[in-house]
Each structure stands twice: as C-alpha cells, then as structure tokens.
Write a protein that binds this ligand. Structure first.
Ligand code: DUT
Ligand code: MG
Length: 579
C-alpha cells in the first residue's frame, strides 16, 4: 500500500513510458517465441540438409534476436530513468518534509533513522521498482505464451516441465520462508549502525577525553557484526539460487531429451520439436523464477516504502495559517505572553506554566533561573519552534500562529543556546539565510558582536574557513559569530539564549553596549546565568520550575524576590548590589 502511495509521485509521462515498456515487453516476448519457431525450423533444415532453409531460418533467428535485444535495451533505459527520477523526487520530498518538521517530529523518528530513510530506503524502493517494471509484466506474459505453445506438442513432455516448475516454486518458497523475516529487520539494523556511527564521529572529542574508544568501538562492532551476519545469512541463501537454477534447468533438459528420445522411437514426435520444447521449457522456468524473485524482493521494498511513506505522511505540527494576519507596520518589536503554558510532547508536566509579560519596542527583557527552569523552552516559543499548549504568544500584536513562519522569523534574530555554525566561510556564516549582504552590514554585525578583532586576525579574514558545526573556532568565538549572524538580519527582536555565557565579563558588557547602540529599536530577550548581564534590563523574569516567581527590575526584585536575591548574592557582593 505504501509502495503504491509512493508510486503516486510518477508523472503522467512516466505512465506513458510505462505503457511503452508494456508494449515493448509484449514485442520482446513475441520475438523470443518467434526465435523458438525459427530454431525449430533450423533444426529441421539441418536434419534434412536443406541449405536454403538453413540460411533463411538462421538469418531470421539473428533478426529476431536483434529485435529482442533492442526491446530490452529500450525497456532498461526507460525503466531506469523512470525509477531514478522517482527516487530523486522522493528524496527531495522527504528532505523538504523533514526540514518543515518541528523539533518534536524529528525527535520522534531520530536523526539516524531519517538519514537511512532518505538514502538507503529510497534506494531500495528504486531498485525493486526497477525490477518490478522489468519483470512483473514480462514474466507472466512469457510464461503464459510459452505454456500455450507447449501444450500443443505432447502431454508427456509437458509433465517434465510441470515437475521442473514445481521444484522451483517449492525451493523458492522455502527460501522466502527463511529470508523474509530477516529482510524485514535489516532496515532497523542499518538505522542502529548509522546512529552509532554518527554518535561516535560527532562525539569524538568526548570519546577521546573519556578513553571510551574501546567502548564506542564495541558498540560499533556489535552493530556492524549484526548487519554482516544478517547480510551473510540472506545472501548465502539467495546464492543457493544459482546452483539450484542450473540443476533444475539441466535436469529439465535431460528429462525432455530422455522422454523425447522415447517418443521419437515410437515416431510420435520429431527431433526439432524436442529442441523447441526444451527451449520453451527453459523460458517458463526462468519466468517463474523471476516472479518468485519478485516475491522475495518485494517485502523488503515494502518495508522501505512504508518507512519513507511514514515520513511523508506525518504532517508537521507547526504549519503556516491559510490566511496570514499581517501585523500593523506601525507596531514593531512588541511581544506579549498571554497566560502561556507549554508541555513537551509526552512530557507529564508543563515546563512553562501561566507566563505573562509584555515587551515594548526597544526594551530589554531578561530571564534568569536555575537550569531546567524552562528558559530555553520559553524563548523557543517566541520563534514558534514549538507551539504553546495554552494561552497565546503575540508578536507585533498578532498571534504567532496566525503569521507565516517566514514573516515571523524574519523579525527575529535568534541566537540559540547551542550555537551552531555551518561549513563555509565566516562571511557565509554571518550572512546565513540572506540572499545578499553588503560589506557594511557584515562589518557592523561583526563589530557589534565583538567578533571583528578575531576575524581580522584569522589568516583569510572574512573568507576564512569554518568547519561544520564551527569546531575550528573557540566556544566564545562561536558564540560571537552566532550573535553576528543574528545582527546581520537587522531584526526587530533579538533572542539571546544564554549567548553571553562563554564571553568574558568585559566582552559580555561590550557586546551588550554595542547592541544597545547599533540596534536601539530592537527588542531584546536575554536568557542569562549572570546577574551582571541582565542588571540593566527593563524587565527581569525569574523562573523556577516553569513558573514565574518574580517579575520586575533588578532593584524591585532585590527587594521583593527571594529567589532573585539568592541568585544575586551568590554571584555579587552586597556592596556591588548596593544593599
Ligand atoms: N525538556 C524536555 N524536552 C526537551 C527540552 C527540555 O522535556 O526537548 C525539559 C527538560 C527540563 C525542561 O524541559 O526539565 C526545561 O528545559 P529548558 O531547556 O527550557 O531549561 P533551561 O532553563 O533552558 O535550562 P538551562 O539553563 O540548563 O539551559
Ligand atoms: Mg536553556
């Protein structure tokens, strides 16, 4: 079923190709049947030493063989181009769908599995579809045609053919019984191998630091061995096919000639008929074998198709509204949290409970609280990385659910807690996602983020190479590049999720002052661990277990909020706090 759903991606011209394939298949089978006729004629001619007939039949055999060859070549070309473009389309669609997924959907599949699904699974679907196109139609046509021809000759010989086919059917069914269950689990094992490989490679620093190479290697080896054993098992059984085929074909020929010799003695049949019969019989056996091979391959293809289809059918939970409510252009940088609660999918408790606050243009709103108190979850809601469970988040007076995601995110310069850079140059990373960025914007962004000094010290300045994930710059440098990236889009709203923690106090202060100077009209949401970072904020929210336990300015909170005073006193002296 899922396979058929995937086949819906074929375009109309693919079906035209398919019709061609069917037509060519019939033509090809016709040629091969004609071949048998001429072979029979040729044998007769040789027996009777009729020179002209030998030339005629021999020539026609070459001609129909050429015709058959031509058909097969065209079928192969059409079928491969159809399936290759199907696979390309599927990969594109899966990739687009995965990009549209919210974080919760990606968690559901796991990254490793999504990678297998885009690569290996689609490839399997492609290969088996190719097989289907070439065999599913041609095998039965060949078999039926040949059986019709055979029947006319002799009942005794037909029995030999029936026995041979029965042996093939039984042997292949036994084979299917052993390999099918294994094929079904193979994709899970590949998922697991992918996961272990990814984990080991991307976490290589931690693995080294903890001397856990052996531990990781063992995990990898286990997954690798599992896959090897499974492949060995299935391919050994599948390889039995070849000798089995030879035995059955040879046995059938032997049987036909033996029975035929007997019949010839009683003059019921001539030698040429036996030759033709044996060739038809071989075709029938082949056709059955191909059909059964399809049955062996299909279940695996179906498993793969289901896995791909699952990805395509899961609708992203965060979608654009049908009709967008455009915010009033006069309102900029306003954020309102109206009784917002939020729980992760499958999470028992809400991690954000009934949060209310409002931010005006140009204001700085800060969030502080112990780890796990829900700060990241809260700011993620502003960029609609997750949807609220209750209440509403309004940006510029419009509920974020009523805005297109692109409209919303264009307003927001988001600096996530785990800053990620991409393989490319410094310039490409700062201008990430922008169609174009002029030199001034880039320099202003870099200077605001206090990144220009170290960028200019790099060997090639703004053209220096950044490794995937930003692994070739320091943690603080990475954070500053992420801040520069947010500045480059000149947003209405900045979200800094713990973005100053890897900066020293001096740089922390300098970046904040630069931001205030360069982007005075932007609203800034700052998540911070250090009281010093947020002391001058217009509003500070103190979070504890998802609840707001204090709300106000630094002064007000020192006087009224126990939690805030504890945090502040643990970091600064009474004198510094002015108590
Ligand atoms: N949580 C989940 N699923 C997630 C992320 C977080 O269940 O994908 C939970 C863990 C935690 C709570 O949500 O109990 C709040 O996490 P959050 O990351 O919002 O906490 P934080 O305040 O940002 O912590 P930190 O200061 O460590 O960044
Ligand atoms: Mg956090």
């Amino acid at each position: 079923m899922s396979l058929l759903r995937l086949y819906k991606r074929f375009r109309w011209y693919d079906w035209v190709f398919f019709a061609f394939i069917c037509g060519l298949t019939v033509l090809q089978v016709f040629c091969s049947m004609k071949n048998v006729d001429y072979m029979q004629g040729l044998t007769e001619a040789i027996v009777t030493l009729d020179q002209d007939a030998i030339w005629w039949n021999g020539g026609m055999m070459v001609a129909v063989a050429a015709g058959q060859f031509g058909c097969q070549v065209v079928i192969a070309i059409l079928a491969s181009s159809m399936t290759a473009s199907l696979a390309t389309r599927l990969r594109e669609e899966v990739y687009e769908r995965v990009s549209a997924y919210g974080l919760s959907e990606i968690d559901r599949f796991s990254t490793a599995s999504l990678i297998t699904r885009t690569s290996n699974d689609i490839e399997n679907v492609q290969m088996s579809t190719l097989l289907v196109f070439r065999m599913l139609f041609s095998a039965p046509v060949t078999a039926i045609w040949a059986i019709c021809k055979i029947q006319a000759t002799s009942m005794e010989l037909t029995w030999v053919a029936i026995v041979a086919v029965l042996i093939i059917v039984l042997a292949l069914s036994a084979m299917m019984f052993f390999v099918l269950p294994k094929f079904k689990i193979s994709q899970k094992i590949i998922d697991r191998l992918n996961q272990v490989t990814r984990e080991g490679i991307s976490g290589v620093r931690v693995v080294r630091a903890y001397n856990a190479e052996q531990y990781q290697n063992d995990k990898f080896e286990k997954a690798n061995d599992d896959l090897m054993n499974l492949n060995l098992y299935t391919s050994r059984i599948m390889q039995l096919m070849n000798p089995l085929m030879t035995i059955v074909l040879d046995g059938a020929s032997l049987g036909i000639y033996a029975v035929g010799a007997h019949l010839m003695k009683s003059l019921a049949i001539d030698y040429a008929t036996i030759v033709a019969f044996s060739s038809l019989c071989i075709q029938i056996i082949f056709a059955f074998m191909m059909l059964l091979m399809l049955f062996v391959m299909m279940p695996r293809a179906m498993v793969c198709a289901r896995r791909v289809d699952e990805v395509l059918r899961l609708k992203p939970s965060i979608v654009d509204p049908e009709e967008e409510v455009l915010p009033d252009p006069a309102i900029q940088g306003e954020i309102v949290f109206d009784h917002v609660s939020f729980a992760y999918e499958g999470g028992a408790h809400p991690v954000i409970a009934d949060v209310n606050f409002a931010a005006k243009q140009g204001q700085t709103i800060a969030f502080i609280g112990e780890t796990g108190s829900g700060k990241t979850s809260l700011v993620n809601l502003v960029a609609r990385l997750y949807d609220v469970t209750e209440g509403a988040v309004l940006v510029d007076g419009v509920n974020v659910k009523d805005m297109k995601q692109a409209t919303l995110r264009k307003k927001i310069g988001f600096v996530p807690q785990k800053g990620n850079l991409f393989a490319g140059t410094v310039r490409e990373n700062i201008g990430f996602g922008l169609d174009e960025m002029d030199e001034d914007t880039m320099r202003k962004a870099a200077e605001t983020a206090c990144a220009s000094e170290f960028i200019e010290k790099m060997p090639e300045g703004y053209e220096s190479h950044i490794a995937a994930g930003g692994t070739n710059v320091s943690g603080g440098q990475r954070q500053r590049l992420c801040i520069a990236r947010a500045c480059a889009i000149d947003p209405e709203i900045f979200v800094f999720d713990d973005s100053f923690s890897a900066l020293d106090f001096k740089t922390d202060k300098a970046v904040r002052e630069n931001l205030a100077k360069a982007y005075p009209n932007a609203t800034k949401l700052i998540v911070a661990q250090r009281v010093g970072t947020i002391m001058d904020a217009d509003l500070i929210l103190v979070l504890s277990e998802g609840k707001v336990v204090g709300q106000g300015t630094h002064r007000e909170l020192l006087a009224t909020c126990e939690t805030y005073r504890d945090i502040a006193l643990s970091q600064l002296s009474k004198e510094e706090l002015g108590l």
